[in-house]
Design a protein around this ligand. Structure first.
Ligand code: UD1
Ligand code: CA
Length: 473
């Protein structure tokens, strides 16, 4: 028996005022569709059909760029005539899976989770139901379809706009996620009619048709209070972001992470953080970032796809696709561009940019320095204002610096160039040729001193001033 899913993703989200399909709008850095697809995959669903509509090519692009565990296809819904009509577009997909159960869910309700999907299927199979609706009890059920319970399952779902005053008081709502026996769904899908307040083909009308055909319909109340939540406008999207952000922070709190303040803190779902680490305000952690134990991630750090060791201290650092080893200290105001590798115990100070470079153990780059395309050894000291000149406007070249080297202030290292182990460069030098181990390289003009020059200069300036303004100042 194969389980499969149909994700409804045709909506435009007019009130979002965007040219993107609504399901590609992001919650904590990931499109809502991604949340839904990954929940399906994590619940073990192997085949997924996405019903696209508005700006469908963007959905295709997203799916093909994605590393998917499941087999994902997309079908087009040319006109948006309702959730039932959307599922009709997937009829061929359903027919090819008619032996199993189909999960139908909304691409714009990102908080569906794998336990809910699994547990609802378990109930669905145990009760031999034709359909099992995932529901949620909400304090404010406004806008959602209401669940009509009977002694023996449910008798239907009534849309908010079609509710009687008594039905409006029901707080158990349709999350928009359902398990159907696929063959049963196909039996009734094309019999639903758009005779309701919105003139749409309601998928929910399948329930009454199934019951009329002698089948059983049931509801599974999810333990996840957010399972039904979706967004219709930017305010709603911000609310989803706030909920997700808070939920993620709660998990890290349970894992022993300290937050001095959660203002502006946003942590991606996949980020891992070790116990004893302190996160300060304004910290944004994205992608596959991993942070070790007992780190101090200071105010306003933005860390993306970066691995950070134990005991690391960062302060106002931006880091992308990089590796930072144990006991490193970086900041403030430092950028690590992709493929930077900062080895154990190194210290990177203010206004330093590093790109595609390795910085050896215990090396110190304290201030105002650019290191690009370089291999820097251990225990090197950089003076203030060093620049690796890695680009001639056409090609990029590497700089290699040996262990224990000392790079004087304001050195330009014109790549390709090599500074040997223990070698020194004199402050202000522009180094254009390799420096042997333990040598000192001085590559700068020699001083020219003109005795009394300034005195003469001052005299002529004073005379000019008196000519123009007289001596009354
Ligand atoms: C639907 C349910 C309602 C439930 C709510 C949960 C129906 C009739 N009602 O209502 O009971 O409480 O979801 O959020 O199903 N879509 C398409 N094509 C369409 C119409 C919709 O792809 O023609 C997609 C939307 O992009 C969205 C999902 O289906 O992802 C739900 O559609 P929406 O119009 O938001 O349904 P609701 O009216 O909210
Ligand atoms: Ca909706």
């Amino acid at each position: 028996m194969t389980n499969n899913a149909v994700v409804l993703a045709g909506g435009q989200g007019k009130r979002m005022k965007t040219n993107a399909p609504k399901v590609l709008l992001k919650v904590v850095g990931e499109p809502m569709l991604e949340w839904v697809l990954s929940a399906c995959e994590n619940a073990g669903i192997g085949d997924i059909c996405v019903v696209k509509g508005f700006e469908g090519e963007q959905i295709d692009g997203y799916i093909s760029a994605r590393q998917s565990k499941a087999e994902i296809t997309a079908v087009m819904q040319q006109e948006r005539l309702g959730t039932g009509h959307a599922v009709m577009q997937a009829a061929d997909f359903l027919r090819s899976h008619s032996e199993g159960n189909t999960l139908v869910l909304c691409g714009d309700a990102p908080f569906i989770d794998e336990e809910t999907i699994r547990n609802a299927l378990e109930l669905h199979i145990k009760n031999g139901s034709a359909v099992t609706v995932v529901t949620s009890k909400l304090r404010d059920p406004f806008g959602y379809g209401r669940i009509i319970r009977t002694e023996n399952g449910i008798s239907g779902i009534v849309e908010h706009k079609d509710c009687t005053p008594e039905q409006l008081a029901i707080n158990e709502v349709n999350s928009g996620c359902y398990w159907f026996r696929t063959a049963d769904l196909l039996d009734v899908l094309f019999d639903i009619k758009p005779n309701n307040a919105q003139g749409e083909y309601y998928l929910t009308d399948c329930i009454e048709l199934l019951i009329a055909g002698g089948k059983r319909a049931d509801a599974f109340v999810s333990e996840n209070p957010d399972v039904a939540l979706g967004a219709n406008d930017r305010r709603g999207l911000l609310m989803l972001n706030d909920i997700a952000r808070r939920n993620i922070i709660e998990k890290h709190l349970d894992d022993g992470i300290e937050f001095t303040c959660t203002d502006g803190v946003s942590i991606g779902r996949s980020v891992k953080i070790g116990a004893g680490t302190v996160i300060h305000s304004g910290v944004v952690l994205r992608g596959n970032t991993v942070i070790g134990e007992n780190c101090d991630i200071g105010e306003n750090c933005l860390i993306e796809n970066t691995s950070v060791g134990n005991g690391v201290r960062l302060n106002s650092v931006q880091a992308y696709d990089s590796v930072i080893e144990d006991d490193v200290k970086i900041g403030p105001f430092v950028q690590l561009r992709p493929d930077s590798h900062i080895k154990k115990g190194a210290k990177i100070g203010d206004f330093v940019e590093i790109k595609n470079s390795t910085i050896g153990e215990y090396t110190s780059v304290s201030h105002l320095t650019y290191i690009g395309d370089s291999d820097v050894g251990a225990n090197v000291n950089f003076g203030c204002g060093v620049v690796t000149v890695n680009y001639n406007g056409d090609k990029k070249f590497r700089t290699v610096i040996g262990d224990n080297a000392f790079i004087g202030c304001n050195t330009n290292l014109v790549a390709p160039v090599k500074v040997g182990n223990g070698a020194y460069t004199a402050a202000g030098s522009t180094i254009t040729s390799d420096v042997p181990d333990n040598a000192l390289a001085i590559e700068r003009g020699s001083a020219v001193i003109k005795e009394g020059y300034a005195e003469k200069k001052l005299r002529s300036r004073t005379e000019k001033f008196l000519r123009l303004h007289g001596d009354n100042k």
